[in-house]
Write a protein of this length. Structure first.
Length: 154
């Protein structure tokens, strides 16, 4: 799926959150961000205007201040916290998840920290080369709702 508007973000598709917190990664995004089954990734909060979260890896965060933010919390950086358990770093919710096949699971209690509920639908977009954005609200969501051709992954 291309950009919805000229100069807008590239859209990969809608990702439904099931009752257990399972979220499917669109295949094109999976490839673009060089993800694979077994990859351990981090969830960072999305922007105030779009909500949701960003799925990223230490490799994608090279030369980024965000990498240092994660590395400053050794338990999180070394995956020594429970998978999907929120760790607040600088008042921002962070957690790690393991990618299985083409999806990851975020416990519903952790989803709430990102303003996401079970059974919601998130828009998967190319936020940057640092991570895949799963957006919850904002102008891009309103525009995406006008495009029934956007594929839904569940």
């Amino acid at each position: 799926m291309p950009q919805l508007v000229k100069g807008g973000k590239y859209v990969f598709g809608w990702s439904k959150v099931n009752n257990e917190g399972k979220i499917v990664i669109p295949p094109e995004a999976f490839e673009e961000y060089q993800l694979s089954s077994g990859t351990k990734a981090f969830l960072l909060p999305g922007s105030k205007s779009s909500g949701g979260f960003v799925l990223t890896t230490i490799q994608l965060l090279q030369d980024s201040p965000l990498k240092r933010t994660i590395e400053n919390n050794q338990k999180l950086a070394n995956y020594q916290t429970d998978e999907g358990k929120i760790v607040n770093v600088n008042e921002k919710p962070l957690c790690w998840v393991k990618i299985t096949e083409d999806y990851f699971i975020v416990p519903p209690i952790s989803l709430k920290e990102y303003g996401v509920d079970r059974n919601s639908t998130l828009l998967s977009v190319r936020g940057s080369n640092r991570g895949l954005s799963f957006l919850k609200k904002g102008l891009i969501i309103e525009e995406a709702k006008k495009h029934p051709e956007i594929k839904v992954y569940e």
